[in-house]
Design a protein around this ligand. Structure first.
Ligand SMILES: Cc1cc2nc3c(=O)[nH]c(=O)nc-3n(C[C@H](O)[C@H](O)[C@H](O)COP(=O)(O)OP(=O)(O)OC[C@H]3O[C@@H](n4cnc5c(N)ncnc54)[C@H](O)[C@@H]3O)c2cc1C
Length: 291
């Protein structure tokens, strides 16, 4: 079945109006941003919302700017804008590295960071990225805004803490001066979803790891993260031996499932190897001044 079930359509003119429509029409109503996840699901009839509220005219949700020690990204910011942002490139190379391997230019020109995170797909690259960097997510409703840690945003596959009359409006990325970051992904062919992907940042104090964040995609890691590996590495010398020990914990504690992209042991092996590679490159960047 390649045709969506019938639905009503509204084009929102403000954030408040979009939230008002969600409230008025109830849980059968969905926001549509880039539409690159929602519309295919509607065509397959895996999703059958009775009403779509299109937020593509809400230009005040599209920005990347520095606010004190954070980079604030509006939820309607497109993948292509994340890929080419000089501000993100200055502080976090991981954004361009991840974006270069997400889908293709057609999808990247339209798909948004908000839609990517709210979709809650276990293989979503940006979910692993924001969880690696310990971003905060700003969620708005008629009553005001609340902020949640990215790692607490996901309840399970395709499930997030967003309520039926709430909207994700902003992603806040902390800036750690001098930190290095990296993204590693194995995909079956260019532009495909990850078999496994790992993103990380490392902050050094001389040759020791002062802080580290590790995000994992496509292996059902709680909060898309590897906290056991982070705890193992924090405070340790940034040596190959320590990286290997941390990577092995990341592989041990994630929960991959066999599917058409590979068996469980292969995915665990990839988590270990990609974690090591990502940490190595992030440390190299940190030792050269960061990004
Ligand atoms: C061919 C193809 C290949 C792809 N490959 C990859 C890949 O390799 N890696 C990867 O990570 N992704 C991949 N994607 C997904 C892509 O990144 C999508 O852009 C993304 O998943 C969804 O973003 P969107 O803006 O299109 O969201 P939409 O499809 O518009 O929305 C997705 C969901 O989020 C909700 N939503 C949207 N915005 C908000 C908001 N502000 N607040 C609350 N809820 C909201 C919608 O109601 C819907 O439930 C691929 C997609 C396609 C079509």
């Amino acid at each position: 079945m390649q045709t969506p079930a019938p639905f009503e359509y509204d084009r929102a003119t403000s954030i408040d109006q979009a939230i008002g429509l969600l409230e008025q029409y109830g849980p059968d109503t969905r926001l549509v941003a880039g539409g690159h996840s929602l519309l295919p699901m509607m065509k397959l009839r895996l999703a059958q919302p009775g009403r779509l509220v299109d937020i593509n005219d809400l230009d005040d949700l599209s920005y990347i700017r520095q606010e004190e020690a954070q980079i604030a990204i509006g939820s309607l910011t497109r993948h292509s804008e994340l890929l080419s942002s000089p501000l993100l490139a200055q502080h976090w190379s991981i954004f361009a590295e991840a974006e270069r391997v997400i889908a293709d230019p057609v999808v990247r020109n339209r798909g948004t960071i908000g839609g990517s995170l709210c979709q809650g797909d276990p293989a979503e690259d940006l979910s692993a990225l924001v969880c690696a960097l310990r971003a905060q997510l700003v969620i708005r409703s008629r009553g005001g805004s609340r902020t949640v840690e990215a790692r607490d945003f996901y309840l399970g596959p395709y499930e997030t803490v967003i309520g039926p009359a709430e909207m994700l409006t902003e992603v806040r990325i902390p800036i750690h001066e001098g930190a290095g970051s990296a993204y590693e992904k194995v995909e079956r062919r260019a532009g495909d979803w990850a078999v496994v992907a790992v993103g990380c940042f490392v902050k050094l104090d001389a040759d020791r790891v002062l802080d580290v964040g590790i995000g994992l995609a496509a292996v059902n890691a709680r909060g898309f993260a590897a906290p056991e590996a982070e705890d193992r590495l924090r405070g340790q010398p940034a040596t190959e031996e320590q990286l290997a020990a941390a990577a092995s914990l990341a592989a041990q504690h994630c929960r991959p499932q066999a599917d058409q992209r590979g068996p469980e042991d292969y995915k665990r092996y990839l988590v270990g190897e990609l974690t090591r590679r990502a940490l190595r490159r992030a440390i190299d960047r940190a030792s050269r001044g960061g990004a």
